[in-house]
Structures are given as C-alpha cells and as structure tokens.
Design a protein around this ligand. Structure first.
Ligand SMILES: [Fe+2]
Ligand SMILES: [Fe+2]
Length: 305
C-alpha cells in the first residue's frame, strides 16, 4: 500500500470507528421486548408478506384466508432472520480469522471488532424474534452452511478480497430489501424496530467492505483479478437468492407449491428485485475494472447482469 492509500484507508476506517462508538445498539437495552405493541401474534395481519415480496402478488397467496396469509408471512420473517444470523455467524468467524493475523497497528483491527460485536447484537435480536414466533425455522440449508464453513471462512485469510465480496453478497441484498421495506411501510412494529437498528449499523459494514475492496483490488495480480471477475457473478447470484428467496423448508412447512414460487420470482418484479439487490456491487466491480467480455455472460446467466 502506498503512503497515500494507507492514509486514505486509515482516515475512512477512523471515521467508521467514531460512528460505531457514537451510534450503536444493544439487542436488549434498545428493544423493549415486553412492550405490548411488539407482541407477536402469528395471525396478525401486519405479519402478512410485505409488498416487495413477489409471492404476495400471486393468485395462490390472494386465495388464502387471512390467517394463512399471516402464518406464511410470519414464517417468512422468522426464516429470514434465522438465515440472516447464520450469515452473520459465518461472517464473524471469517472476520475473526482475518484479524487473528493482522500486525500491530493495522488500521482495520479496531473497526472489524466493532463490526463483529454489532453482528453479535444482530444475531441476538434475530434469534429473539425467532424464539417469540415459536416456529421451527431452520435458516440456511445445511449444505450451504457446511460449504461456507469449509470454503468461505478460510478465504478471509487466503483471499481476503474474495471474502469481502462474500460479505457484500450477503449484506447488499439484505440492505436493499430492508430499505424498501421501510419505505413501503405497514410493517409489524417489532420487525420495523429490528430493521431500523439493522439498517443503521449495516451501512457501516457495507462501507468498510467497499473501502477495503477499493484499496486492495488494484494491488492484485492478473490471476486473482481474473478469479474475482469470474467468481463475483456466481457468488452474488447464489447469495442474493439465498438472502431474498423463501427457503425450501419454509415453503414445505406452509404448503406453498414450488410452481407458485417459481412463477413469482420469474415475474418482471421478481427478476428486477434480484438484479437491483446486487446492482451496487456490480457497479463497484465495473469501477474496479473487473467486468469484461469474458464474465459479462455469467452476470446475465445468473440473472443479475
Ligand atoms: Fe448484521
Ligand atoms: Fe453486517
């Protein structure tokens, strides 16, 4: 890293450190779980699928009685929260591994620990929500969990740039979804409180990953740049689907036909949501000169080009 790059990176990380101290949340001090307005009645209409969810606009969903619509929505919220903290757990383990080998004085050491701590608070609030629904949600499918443990966590040491792409692959689609949910409104008060806290802190995490990649990618050799170019659309296509689409377990438990989900996500709205959810990462990849004639077809093939 040149002296200028080091100064710039240190300055950005310093600002994130300051913000992390000034504005952070505690899963139990900042959410009054026993407030009656936060009570989770699994039949509450406000737990119905939100407007942004393509499944909500299917004939199948419209034909269900209100209590079934609310039950499907509640299961969807809980499953998303569990998948969310499974992702955060993998992320934390990767970040811990990354900080484990940082030298004294590394500018990112302190910030990454702020991030790890915040992800723990998010995990606590997501799991508390799941517990209060009483639903048997499973989160990420076990094959994905196992593959991520075996192949993604070690990247944080062997190929950190690819690991931080994984970070953005999970955080950007969720951030996109949550901002839309807040804009559309009409959410259950507990879900809204959790999302507001999460959006505020995730903005810093996304910002760090982008600064890291902007600083580190230009220093990589042609082989690693080629790998980042080819792997990004594959990683992002898988991650966006994992974070946004309903899990097979949730669909089975609620008797949602697979054809209905396929129809919903193949609709123009479903395709746009998927593409838009990773549009910022794609722009970053363009800025870094990593999108080219070789990998452009992969972006299109994954439905995010
Ligand atoms: Fe988080
Ligand atoms: Fe995060």
């Amino acid at each position: 890293m040149t002296a200028t790059q080091t100064d710039e990176f240190t300055g950005k990380v310093g600002r994130l450190n300051k913000l992390s101290v000034e504005r952070h949340f505690d899963a139990y001090a900042d959410i009054d779980w026993d407030d009656s307005k936060f009570a989770l009645d699994v039949n509450a209409p406000r737990l119905e699928l939100p407007v942004i969810d393509p499944l909500r606009h299917t004939d199948w969903y419209a034909a269900q009685p209100p209590e079934v619509r609310a039950a499907v929505g509640c299961h969807r919220w809980a499953a998303c929260m569990k998948t969310g903290w499974h992702f955060e757990n993998l992320l934390q383990r990767g970040l811990l591994r990354h900080t484990f080998s940082l030298p004294n004085g590394a500018p990112e050491f302190r910030y990454l620990h702020h991030e790890i701590i915040e992800e723990s608070q998010h995990t606590l609030m997501f799991q508390e929500f799941v517990n209060r629904t009483g639903l048997p949600v499973k989160g990420m499918p076990w094959r994905i969990k196992r593959s991520a443990e075996l192949f993604v966590i070690p990247l944080s040491k062997r190929f950190p740039a690819l690991f931080f792409l994984f970070v953005l692959g999970g955080e950007e689609p969720v951030d996109h979804l949550q901002r839309r949910l807040l804009r559309d409104g009409g959410l259950h008060p507990l879900a809204e409180r959790i999302i507001r806290i999460h959006v505020a802190e995730e903005a810093r995490h996304v910002s760090f990953a982008r600064h890291y990649l902007t600083t580190e990618v230009p220093k990589l050799g042609p082989v690693r740049r080629f790998m980042l170019g080819v792997e990004a659309p594959i990683f992002l296509g898988i991650m966006a689907r994992l974070m946004l689409m309903p899990s097979p377990h949730m669909l089975r438990k609620n008797g949602v036909p697979k054809s209905v989900v396929r129809e919903a996500w193949r609709s123009p709205e479903g395709r746009t949501l998927l593409r838009d959810s990773v549009a910022k990462v794609r722009s970053l990849w363009e800025e870094l000169g990593l999108v080219n004639a070789v990998n452009r077809p992969i972006w299109r093939l994954m439905g995010i080009g």
